[in-house]
Design a protein around this ligand. Structure first.
Ligand code: G3I
Length: 384
């Protein structure tokens, strides 16, 4: 009787919150927008930024992080590039997320084998330097070894029970190892298509949508104090945003904690607009969760090798302007944005360089700050 009553209360609360939150979803032209407030950072010219780092300027407004690989923390390396990357990380950032080494394929390549060395090194470095660590990621369709979902001898899908057991044991082992040391986890990553349908991952194919709450349940059991996030890209598509809002409601209705949505910030020169991103922040804010700007970078080349030898001045200026506009947006929503993390440190190492020469990050190929860094410091100092 008591349980039924609880379920009803949760259902009613969920319906109310979904109606309210969807009202703010992004790219529907007929969706009313919240009125933008005064931009922070006006009258910033007389602010002295000398010697101030990004993390100092941002202070406790939100964490400022970077995705890294262990070589980028090697401040005593004989390789100059590695050393300089490490110096930038130490100087400007206070939160770390592993670009690859905590993914399933890296940390748990075979059923009986865990490889914790790289992840351990990142956590140790962070602890020695007073930095926060975010775990990325527990359940994702990429960087996933076949044995997790397939019987490798027959090539057939595992049963639902076998997959659940693999998920439970992986999540339990990894999350427990870093209990109290990793602040929060991207529990499930990129579960939805742009149209809001569930991605046809092996997890979804075998377990249906219940694989998601199960992942949160296992993570919560392993570390009840860890923050749990859902992380995805291009959430400004209203269909995708609605699917995530629905998921937040379903998790809450089951009593599972969902602390924040990681709004991946992979951007291009024309997309998204600041308004699209703002509306999405507002949608999640009204759903009662925090927002993390994860995986922030802005591609200039968009997969084409059009700028192999450097950027034309006008393109660079447009990139700078868009980056500072977005950063001011993040400052504006510091009440709900708890972390901003770039996906990499300098242009010399970015996933976007796999196809062409790109210029997506705050530091150039010599690890020198781009002009936007000083503008960000100024904007953060001016923002009260
Ligand atoms: O570590 C192996 C190495 O042993 C092997 O010799 C080499 C040969 O290709 O590959 C290395 O693995 C690479 C791995 O990065 C580590 O560097 C993979 O090939 C490569 O595909 C992998 O790419 C990463 C990708 O996720 C897949 O895990 C990118 O660096 C990383 O930036 C990217 O990050 C994702 C986020 O996790 C989720 N959101 C999108 C984002 C961009 O795709």
């Amino acid at each position: 009787m008591k349980i039924n009553k609880l379920i009803w209360v949760r259902l009613i609360t969920f319906s109310f919150f979904l109606t309210t939150a969807c009202y703010a979803c992004s790219d529907d032209s007929d969706t009313p927008l919240d009125t933008p407030t005064e931009e922070p950072g006006n009258g910033m010219d007389d602010i002295d930024t000398s010697g101030v780092t990004l993390k100092e300027a941002i202070g406790d407004k939100f964490l400022f992080g970077a995705a890294i690989n262990p070589w980028q923390l090697d401040i005593n390396s004989s390789k100059e590039e590695n050393r300089r990357e490490g110096e930038v990380v130490l100087k400007h950032f206070n939160a770390l997320v592993a670009e690859s080494v905590m993914k399933w394929r890296s940390i748990h390549p075979d059923k009986e084998k865990y490889t914790f060395e790289d992840a351990d090194a990142i956590v140790k470095f962070a602890e020695e330097n007073g930095m926060t660590v975010i775990g990325h990621t527990l359940v994702w369709h990429t960087a996933l070894p076949d044995w997790v979902w397939k019987d490798v001898s027959t090539g057939k899908d595992l049963s639902a029970e076998q997959l659940k057991e693999n998920m439970r044991s992986h999540i339990n082992t990894v999350v427990s190892r870093y209990k109290g040391r990793i602040k929060g986890w991207d529990v499930v990553n990129e579960a939805f298509n742009d149209d809001g349908t569930y991605r046809e991952s092996p997890f979804y194919r075998i377990l249906g949508k219940e694989y998601i709450p199960l992942a949160y349940q296992y993570a919560h059991e392993a570390d009840p104090d860890a923050e749990l996030y859902y992380n995805d890209f291009e959430l400004y598509h209203s269909t995708k945003c609605r699917a995530v809002l629905q998921l937040i409601g379903e998790l809450k209705a089951k009593g599972l904690p969902i602390t924040a949505i990681g709004m991946q910030g992979h951007m291009w020169m024309n997309n998204p607009t600041v308004e699209m991103y703002e509306n999405t922040i507002l949608a999640f804010k009204s759903a009662g969760v925090k927002v993390m700007v994860t995986e922030w970078d802005m591609s200039v080349a968009n997969g084409q090798n059009i700028y192999p030898n450097g950027l034309p001045k006008d393109v660079e200026a447009k990139w700078t302007q868009r980056m500072i506009d977005f950063f001011k947006l993040f400052l504006k929503y510091k009440d709900v944005v708890t972390r901003v993390s770039t996906w990499g440190v300098s242009d010399s190492h970015s996933w976007l360089n796999e196809k062409c020469t790109d210029y997506p990050l705050l530091f150039d190929r010599q690890q020198q700050p781009k002009p936007v860094v000083e503008m960000m410091i100024r904007a953060a100092l001016a923002d009260k």
